[in-house]
Design a protein around this ligand. Sequence first.
Ligand code: DC
Length: 220
Amino acid sequence: MTVIAIDGPAGAGKSTAAKQLAEVLALTYVNTGSLYRAVALAARRAGIAPENVTREFLQTLRLEYRDGKLLLNGEDPGDALRSAETAQGASRVSALPFVREYLLPVQRNAALREWIVMEGRDIGTVIFPDAQCKFFVTASIEERARRRMAQTSEISSDATLESVMEEIRIRDERDSTRATAPLKQADDAVFIDTTGKSIADVNAELISYLPPELQARRSH
Ligand code: DC
């Protein structure tokens, strides 16, 4: 098992970088934010506020990765995971320690057989502290908000750069200050600032830090 852990705040270019790295190296890509988003989505569908999710409610859900894709009760939740409401709900449920505890084995099991690129907030610190390669990817808040604005499904139609920056600040603050597994850079993670950099530049930078046997898997 080989794990490349990519952590960082929302909109830092983490998903794009992780997906592309997985593609170029022919590794499985696992997005762990989807798990928290799926819990938030299921709660909303059941009429439960994120803070009121219980252990019993979690027991009613079936969450699993198949070929790197997250299934909620056997189905791909699709675009419903990507709304701004689901994102804030995910950040809120992710602050509940028993939710994190419940999702830990789901994430570890995703890496049982495969070489994976796993992205999230606590992959290098908590989920795979022994990951072979760790990155902490971030960007300026303005750039992150601009990228968010470009992903229209994630923002409401009346959103402005200011309002999106505010949403990001709220989520950063909550994700970084929660008591359990807060968003923070692992001591041994490589820090990558993607501000003003192209996807190709970020990709080349990530690859330059990988061990030769992983670099050798590069296909294009
Ligand atoms: O990466 P994302 O935007 O899909 O994540 C949604 C929320 O889920 C994020 O605000 C915090 C939470 N999260 C987490 O706490 N730990 C992870 N490994 C991934 C996401």
